[in-house]
Write a protein that binds this ligand. Structure first.
Ligand SMILES: O=P(O)(O)O[C@@H]1[C@@H](OP(=O)(O)O)[C@H](OP(=O)(O)O)[C@H](O)[C@H](OP(=O)(O)O)[C@H]1OP(=O)(O)O
Ligand SMILES: Nc1ncnc2c1ncn2[C@@H]1O[C@H](COP(=O)(O)OP(=O)(O)OP(=O)(O)O)[C@@H](O)[C@H]1O
Length: 479
């Protein structure tokens, strides 16, 4: 799929709002189209040399071809790998759009008042942007139904819900270890009680605890939107959340009971089985990733203070949590092993770079069309295992890093649970309905932030891991 002919001006002239941004992208909601526009960001030049280099690139449009190829590959990764992996029920096709330098510069200026100060060290990148479905709204096909509330969207960045055995340091998960590192570096003001292992545990009590922790300490992991407008999250008073509860449930109940109802609604959505038939695969049923990872259901009565609970109950196969968790479980070997593979591959290969694995993986998906991408990745894992066991590591290549790099995408993705209270249940599929206290809610879930990570993410994680361990050893000693 190449860049779309509809230009940026046409798209923006129909109306846009600033939706939000993360580390790598800025997102606009295109109000009339039920779509969002995701624009990549780059570091602002800070030295004269960087300004000069940027100016040269603009004059000669160097790198533009490379940039186009890069974005088109990212989009193919999303459309041909992420959609089959996570399922058509949760991820929808996207298209590219070309953008000109002048219009991106103008947009950058217009956006300044809306952007948080800590993200302003980056500016918009011109060349190509991408149009995705806007998950803050329900599908237009429902628009004629008898709704009795606004549309609410709960955004969660759940992080790593399963930790390989070799990566379990000090009895804590990566998110919880990282909290102390973030605290020390001033990225957060206080640590959160949220633990991803609770959210992914499938145990309703632990899921409830996870959601309440997110509500009371949202950081960048929890946001709420009402009709596409951000109404709750980090730096917003908890009273905005309570106002939302009264508005949404339209009941004069206690805050605690309404909070429970809200959490129940989200838990039901997260455990809901939504199965969507996808293209056949000669090797699997195409619905679930067959991981080698055994399920950890040993009953743990009491988890030690300051430790995470690694046990879990089985999740319903077609639910959103299971889709994300299965992808996270592709990292069977753990960080140290993948770091060894990375170092071997970089030594062996002349043509290796951060992104070479994406093109090769896409080629494999295209040519081994009788297998789904999940089964292709399982084969990479089996091959890597064989080479490591037989000590034939010279046969390793960048494709053997794919399981770790896909798991890294799943560890960092986000999803939105979008819902709206409805009066009459007409011909609505069970997949889209949730009942709470005799009220029906029409619900949709969309997963996003699914672009590939560079291969060097493995090295970044090695550095982060050693920092996390040091900080946590010091913190533990102080307790
Ligand atoms: O390393 P982590 O777990 O802190 O995750 C990074 C995220 O930090 P978080 O802990 O979610 O606040 C980080 O998010 P923020 O910038 O903190 O909002 C990014 O998502 C980063 O991904 P990338 O480098 O932009 O591709 C993420 O890096 P990757 O680990 O996915 O490479
Ligand atoms: N498809 C979508 N539908 C609705 N809102 C979206 C969608 N994609 C992104 N957003 C909104 O835009 C924000 C920024 O997008 P995104 O998380 O993709 O940025 P990022 O820079 O890649 O993030 P990260 O730092 O986590 O890598 C999200 O927090 C979310 O509120």
């Amino acid at each position: 799929m190449g860049p779309n002919s509809s230009d940026l001006q046409t798209v923006l002239s129909q109306g846009w709002l600033y939706r939000g941004e993360g580390n790598a992208n800025l997102v606009l909601s295109l109000t009339k189209r039920c779509q969002i526009l995701r624009i990549r960001k780059i570091e602002k030049p800070t030295t004269i040399l960087q300004w000069f280099f940027e100016w040269l690139i603009q004059i000669f449009t160097w790198d533009r071809k490379k940039l186009f190829e890069y974005e088109i590959k990212n989009l193919k990764f999303y459309n041909y790998i992420m959609i089959p992996f996570l399922g058509k029920a949760y991820v929808h096709p996207a298209i590219n759009l070309t953008t000109e330098r002048k219009e991106i510069y103008k947009l950058d200026q217009e956006l300044m008042p809306f952007r948080p100060a800590h993200r302003k060290h980056k500016q918009l990148q011109y060349g190509i942007a991408t149009l995705f479905r806007d998950y803050a709204f329900l599908s237009e096909k429902w628009s004629s139904l008898d709704f009795v509330s606004s549309t609410y969207a709960v955004e969660i960045k759940p992080k790593q819900g399963w930790i390989p055995l070799t990566d379990r340091y000090l009895g804590r998960c990566q998110f919880c270890l990282n909290q102390n590192l973030k605290l020390q570096s001033g990225k957060i003001k206080e640590t959160s009680a949220y633990c991803p292992l609770d959210l992914f545990s499938g145990d309703k009590e632990r899921m409830m605890k996870a959601l309440k922790s997110l509500i009371f300490s949202p950081q960048n992991n929890f946001k709420i939107f009402k009709d596409g407008i951000h109404i709750y999250g980090e730096s917003v008073s908890i009273h905005s959340f309570y106002d939302m509860l009264y508005e949404c449930f339209q009941q004069l109940d206690s805050i605690n009971r309404l909070t429970d109802q809200f959490c129940n609604l989200i838990i039901q959505a997260l455990l809901k089985e939504i199965n969507y038939k996808t293209k056949g695969c000669v090797n699997c049923d195409n619905n679930n990733i067959i991981t080698m990872i055994p399920h950890e259901n040993t009953y743990v009565n009491k988890v030690k203070l300051n430790q995470c609970a690694f046990n879990a109950t089985k999740l319903p196969p077609g639910c959103v949590l299971n889709k994300i968790l299965s992808m996270q479980k592709l990292n069977e070997f753990g960080l140290n092993k993948y770091c060894d593979i990375y170092q071997t591959v970089t030594k062996n290969k002349m043509k290796f770079n951060d992104w070479s694995y994406v093109g090769k993986f896409l080629q494999d998906v295209k040519f081994k069309s009788t297998l789904c991408p999940k089964c292709i990745v399982m084969k990479y894992t089996q091959c890597a295992k064989g080479f490591l066991e037989m000590n034939t590591t010279e046969l390793l290549n960048e494709l053997h890093l794919v399981p770790y790099l896909l798991a890294a995408v799943a560890n960092d993705c986000s999803f939105m649970v979008t819902f709206r209270k409805i009066k009459k249940i007409e011909a609505i599929s069970e997949d889209a309905l949730i009942e709470i206290d005799n009220w029906n809610f029409l619900v949709n879930i969309g997963i996003f932030d699914l672009y590939p990570k560079p291969a060097s993410t493995i090295l970044k994680h090695m550095k982060r891991s050693s920092k996390m361990q040091n900080v946590n050893i010091v913190t533990n000693n102080m307790l």
